[in-house]
Design a protein around this ligand. Structure first.
Ligand code: ATP
Length: 323
C-alpha cells in the first residue's frame, strides 16, 4: 500500500471531517500517500484528486460538513461513468480506496470493487443511521442532539400557547432520528416509515393527552406513510376542531453543525481502522460499531440487509403517555 484514495459521498454528515483527518494522519504515520478526491464519485470522473498533507487536516476535527466536498453523481450509476473513474484511479496508481458515505455510496463502491481489482473499505457516514452492520453511523448522534435541542425550544411555545406541534425530521426511509428524538425530547407520539399508525388512534391519543394539559409534541419522520408532518396535520385537523395545531419542518439544520464528542470518537476510530484493514490486505468490508467495539461485515451484506430501529421504543412512548 503506497497510495490510498479517499472520498466522502452522498449526504454530508457531522464527523466526516474527523474521519478524513484520521485516515490522512494514519496514512502519513505509515508513510502511505493519502489521496483525497473532491466531491465523491463525481470527482473521480472529473479527476479532482490531490495528495494530502498534515496541514490539510489541521483544525478540522470540530467542523461539520466535509472539506473534500460531496455529491450525488448520476453518471457513476452507469458502467460508462464508472469506467472513467477506474481510468482515473489507475492513472494515479491508487492501491486502495476508502469510501465514507451512506448505503448508496456503498452500492457504488460495491460495483466499483466488482469492476476494478482494488481493495475498498466503506465507512458509514450518514445522519440517518440506516445502515446494516453498525450501531451508529457517523453524524447520527449529532443530528439527534440537534433535533432534541430544537424540539426543546418548540416545546416552550407548545406549552405556553397550549398547542399541538407536529415536528418533521429527516428520515426518508428510516425512523431512527424520529423515534429516538421522540424519546430524548419527551414527545407524546411518533410516526415512522417502519410502523403503521392508525389516524383514529392518533386522534384518540391526542385528545387523551390534552385533557387539561398544555400542548404536546408529535414527531414525524419525513418518510412516514402519511407524507410528512404537514400532510399528517391536515389529515387529523377535521377531527380536532377545538385544538390549536401547528407544524414545524426542521429541514437542513439537522445535517450541519459541529460534531458531538461521540461522532468525533467513532469517526476517528473508524478512519484509522480503515487504513489498518487495507494494510492487512482486507477488502470489500464496511466498518461498524457493536457496543464499544469496531466490527466489520462485507459491503455486500451492508447494502443487502436492512437496518430497522427497535420498535419496542414505540411501546415505551405509549407507557409514558398521559392516559
Ligand atoms: P445518504 O444516506 O446521506 O443519502 P448515500 O450514500 O446513501 O448517503 P446516495 O445519494 O444514495 O447517498 O448515493 C451516493 C452516490 O452513490 C450516488 O450519487 C451515486 O453516485 C452512487 N450510487 C448510489 N447508488 C448506486 C448504484 N446503484 N450504482 C452505482 N452507484 C451508485
Amino acid at each position: 500500500m503506497k497510495k490510498i484514495a479517499l472520498i466522502t459521498s452522498g449526504g454530508d454528515s457531522p464527523g466526516m471531517n474527523a474521519c478524513i483527518r484520521a485516515v490522512v494522519k494514519t496514512c502519513l504515520h505509515y508513510s502511505i500517500v493519502p489521496f483525497g478526491i473532491y466531491d465523491g464519485f463525481q470527482g473521480m470522473i472529473d479527476r479532482k484528486g490531490y495528495e494530502m498533507e498534515y496541514t490539510d487536516v489541521d483544525n478540522i476535527i470540530h467542523r461539520g460538513g466535509t472539506i473534500l466536498g460531496t455529491a450525488r453523481c448520476k453518471e457513476f450509476m452507469e458502467l460508462e461513468g464508472r469506467l472513467k473513474a477506474i481510468d482515473y484511479l489507475k492513472s494515479e496508481n491508487i492501491d486502495g480506496l476508502v469510501v465514507i458515505g451512506g448505503d448508496g455510496s456503498f452500492t457504488g463502491a460495491y460495483h466499483l470493487g466488482q469492476e476494478m481489482n482494488i481493495p475498498i473499505i466503506g465507512i458509514p457516514g450518514t445522519i440517518d443511521n440506516d445502515i446494516y452492520g453498525t450501531d451508529h453511523t457517523i453524524g447520527y448522534d449529532t443530528a439527534l442532539n440537534t433535533v432534541t435541542e430544537a424540539v426543546d425550544k418548540i416545546r416552550d411555545t407548545a406549552a405556553s400557547h397550549h398547542r399541538i406541534f407536529f415536528i418533521e425530521v429527516m428520515g426518508r426511509d428510516a425512523g431512527f432520528i424520529a423515534l429516538n428524538s421522540a424519546i430524548s425530547s419527551g414527545a407524546e407520539n411518533v410516526l415512522i416509515p417502519e410502523k403503521h399508525m392508525d389516524i383514529e388512534k392518533l386522534v384518540r391519543d391526542i385528545k387523551a393527552q390534552n385533557k387539561g394539559r398544555r400542548g404536546s409534541i408529535i414527531m414525524v419522520a419525513e418518510g412516514d406513510e402519511w407524507g410528512g408532518a404537514l400532510e399528517l396535520m391536515e389529515k387529523v385537523k377535521p377531527f380536532l376542531p377545538d385544538y390549536d395545531l401547528r407544524c414545524s419542518v426542521l429541514g437542513h439544520i439537522q445535517r450541519g453543525g459541529s460534531p458531538s464528542a461521540l461522532d468525533r470518537i467513532i469517526a476517528t476510530r473508524m478512519g484509522s481502522f480503515a487504513i489498518e484493514l487495507l494494510k492487512e490486505g482486507k477488502t470489500n468490508l464496511m466498518i461498524g460499531t457493536e457496543g464499544e467495539h469496531l466490527v466489520t461485515c462485507s459491503i455486500e451484506q451492508g447494502i443487502k440487509e436492512n437496518s430497522i430501529p427497535d420498535l419496542k421504543k414505540i411501546k415505551l412512548l405509549a407507557k409514558l403517555r398521559t392516559k
